[in-house]
Design a protein around this ligand. Structure first.
Ligand SMILES: Nc1nc2c(ncn2[C@@H]2O[C@H](COP(=O)(O)OP(=O)(O)O)[C@@H](O)[C@H]2O)c(=O)[nH]1
Ligand SMILES: [Mg+2]
Length: 439
């Protein structure tokens, strides 16, 4: 997410830090470079212009030139304005006046509505709620089945109804939810390839009968300016109350994220960061601004760790470590837990200061598969006692995994480093961990 923009802004700041004494013309050059970076990230032209005007006013007005660390102050101004552009504070979901709360999900075809509906249902279920999904997309024959399959995979009820009319399906679904006290109710509506009047009228009728507390517009984050244009069209007709950006795991340039709030005045409420149903993040403007500026997002990282790490397993590992029994099987377990949290490259991007350092190192997801293959081709005896791995055992194991002895040696080295690092972390306590993360 935002990698390209991050590295371009980083270069701008680096240039500013590089000059001994900053002059007004340095600042103007900096502003020009920021502008270029924003436009290359596909930020809407007007949005970029307004943004720059605010930064310029602050930068030249706040006596950046006289401050002790002009470059730092300039970065801070850009940061604060980015946060303002993204929406100041986290926007929470509205609750209906009386239950069930209806959340209507709208957007173009293929933007990720159905996937998001299921993610949202999962999100509520994890909070102890009993959501209902209503399959109100009757445009495509398979759309209802798709939602049904997703619903089943997370143990959430999906209402399909008999009618061929989406308005009636929604009404019936809502009655069903009231009868058995399901709340919230999430409506997966139909999309089209382009904004058209038919679709908008249908959505208006659905809105009329269901009185949603929340209408969420789903925008494909990969499409940049197009997403902004369709957002505007949907906003003009439906006045949606929040936006969701999907496919933020791809190499999106970030333009939609930076423009949508300014164009529609509706806050972004979620980011969808993958096809799996747990890949959903509530949107925090300050954290995202931090990520864009390459400062990392340690809070999201920690939250994700808390959500995915199995606490019992973590405690078990810690106990083993204390007794210096951390074996290769534990090493593999640890790596698998890490993998569950998301791609390594993405995780590293959230560690402050890492995203720039790691820019040219494509974290090798393949290496993880290799490690898995190597450890699995050992006997349990060998996994527990890596010290017995002599040359002939190493040859057999490497061959078994379809890899070379060098691969195996490198993996063992990493394992030993991990054991060392964990010992040090444990000795030093939480203070050390803080230092590692730079906060
Ligand atoms: N990589 C990625 N793919 C996504 C994400 N959200 C949805 N998709 C995929 O995008 C495609 C369209 O999604 P779908 O939910 O069917 O869109 P709809 O037509 O708006 O209902 C599917 O292949 C999804 O798996 C996301 O956050 N990341
Ligand atoms: Mg759909």
């Amino acid at each position: 997410m935002f990698d390209d923009l991050t590295s371009k802004l980083d270069q701008v700041f680096r240039n500013l830090r590089g000059v001994g004494k900053i002059s007004e013309s340095n600042i103007r050059d900096g502003l020009t470079d920021v502008r270029r970076a924003l436009l290359e990230a596909d930020v809407n032209l007007q949005v970029a212009r307004d943004f720059l005007a605010r930064v310029e006013q602050k930068a030249l007005g706040q006596e950046v030139l006289k401050s002790l660390q002009p470059a730092q102050l300039f970065i801070k101004i850009v940061h604060d304005e980015l946060v303002a552009l993204l929406g100041e504070k986290e926007a929470r979901l509205n609750t209906g006046k009386k239950p069930p709360t209806v959340i209507m999900v709208v957007g173009l075809q293929g933007s990720g509505k159905t996937t998001f509906c299921a993610k949202l249902a999962r999100y509520f279920k994890a909070k102890g709620r009993r959501p209902l999904l209503i399959a109100a997309d009757l445009q495509r024959p398979a759309a209802q089945d798709q939602l049904q399959v997703l619903g089943e995979s997370i143990g959430v009820n999906v209402f399909r109804g008999e009618s061929k009319n989406p308005v009636e399906v929604c009404e019936a679904g809502l009655r069903h939810a009231r009868k058995i006290s399901l709340d919230p109710v999430i409506l997966d509506t139909a999309g089209r390839l382009h904004v058209d009047d038919d679709l908008m009228s249908e959505l208006e009728r659905v809105r009329g009968v269901t009185e949603p507390a929340e209408i969420l517009f789903v925008a494909d984050g990969m499409t940049g300016q197009d997403a902004v244009n369709s957002a505007k069209a949907f906003y003009d007709r439906l006045n949606f109350t929040g936006a969701v950006l999907t496919k933020m795991d791809g190499d999106t340039r970030g333009g939609a994220a930076l423009s949508i709030r300014a164009i529609t005045n509706a806050p972004i409420k979620f980011l969808s960061v993958g096809e799996k149903l747990d890949q959903l993040e509530p949107f925090h403007p300050d954290r995202v601004a931090g990520r864009i500026l390459g400062r990392g997002d340690i809070v999201t990282l920690v939250e994700r760790a808390q959500a995915t790490f199995d606490e019992d397993k973590a405690a078990e590992l810690e106990a083993k470590l204390r007794k210096a029994e951390f074996t290769l099987s534990d090493f593999l377990e640890q790596l698998r837990q890490l993998k569950k949290m998301g791609s390594l490259t993405e995780l590293l991007g959230m560690i402050p200061g890492m995203s720039q350092k790691m820019k040219n190192v494509q974290m090798d997801e393949k290496a993880l598969k290799h490690t898995e293959a190597l450890i699995l081709s050992m006997t349990p005896f060998e996994r527990d006692r890596p010290q017995v791995l002599n040359a002939s055992r190493r040859k057999r194991i490497a061959a078994g995994a379809g890899l070379t002895v060098q691969h195996l040696n490198r993996m063992i080295q990493q394992y030993e480093q991990m054991v060392q690092m964990m010992k040090q972390l444990r000795k030093a306590g939480p203070g050390q961990i803080k230092r590692v993360f730079g906060r």
